[in-house]
Ligand binder design. Structure first.
Ligand code: ADP
Length: 223
């Protein structure tokens, strides 16, 4: 099963994709996580991505396309995958179509996780993440606070704020989304595989709506 998530920065894609991935036992391929790992590892892809990420701009398409070509053709993805953050513009969407032909797979469903634009900024600036790489659990200082101040509920590691989640970069990221990523809603809308899910409200309720939506598409997932 191949699922693609669309949604603005702060819409909650990461949180929900992790839950759907563990429910369906599929790999969660987050472009942002893969780029941050590449930056940390000091790889060539990471070196070319870093400046763009630090400015809240999209990283050049070739970097992402090469990265996802490798991932999607790997044995881990043989049973399917969940895409989060790629594609993020029309050129990447067209490149993904070609990659899917190469690996003989189709997208089963594209989910547009839709959140009121005015709420995104607060969601992004309040986001915190577990620093333990194998946990990486997301929190929010107001909407999903940890039980103990700045410590992960699951593994006890320190929480941190992503450098691009600081207020100065949020407008740049939201502008990139509006200009480059939002047109993908129409791109996939024309193909009858797009489902809009209301991403406002509680994470549990949104997850339930997502499962329902996968079932409507005949994917037979149990909550
Ligand atoms: P968010 O969705 O909250 O903006 P991500 O972790 O998905 O966070 O992305 C962080 C940054 O990584 C983006 O601002 C951008 O610089 C880069 N990035 C992620 N995905 C892509 C992509 N598909 N194309 C270009 N740049 C990307």
């Amino acid at each position: 099963m191949q699922i693609l998530f669309l949604g603005a920065p702060g819409a909650g894609k990461g949180t929900q994709c992790k839950r759907v991935a563990s429910k369906l036992n599929l790999p969660h391929l987050s472009s942002g996580d893969l780029l941050r790992e590449a930056v940390k590892a000091g790889s060539a892809a990471g070196a070319s991505a870093r400046d763009f990420m630090d400015k809240g701009k999209l990283v050049p398409d070739e970097v992402l396309i090469d990265m996802f070509r490798d991932k999607l053709s790997s044995p881990d993805c043989a049973k399917g995958f969940i895409l989060d953050g790629f594609p993020r513009n029309l050129a990447q969407a067209e490149a993904l179509d070609k990659l899917l032909v190469e690996i003989k797979k189709d997208l089963d469903i594209v989910i547009d996780l839709d959140v009121d634009f005015a709420k995104l900024s607060e969601r992004i600036t309040g986001r915190r993440l577990c620093s333990n790489k194998t946990c990486n659990k997301p929190y929010h200082v107001k909407f999903a606070a940890p039980k103990q101040d700045n410590k992960c509920d699951d593994c006890g590691a320190e929480l941190y704020q992503r450098s691009d989640d600081k207020a100065e970069l949020v407008d740049a990221r939201l502008n990139e989304y509006k200009a480059q990523t939002e047109p993908l809603i129409e791109y996939y809308g024309k193909r009858n595989i797009l489902s809009k899910v209301d991403g406002n409200g509680e994470a549990d309720a949104i997850f339930a709506k997502l499962i329902e939506c996968l079932n409507v598409k005949g994917l037979k997932v149990h909550a």
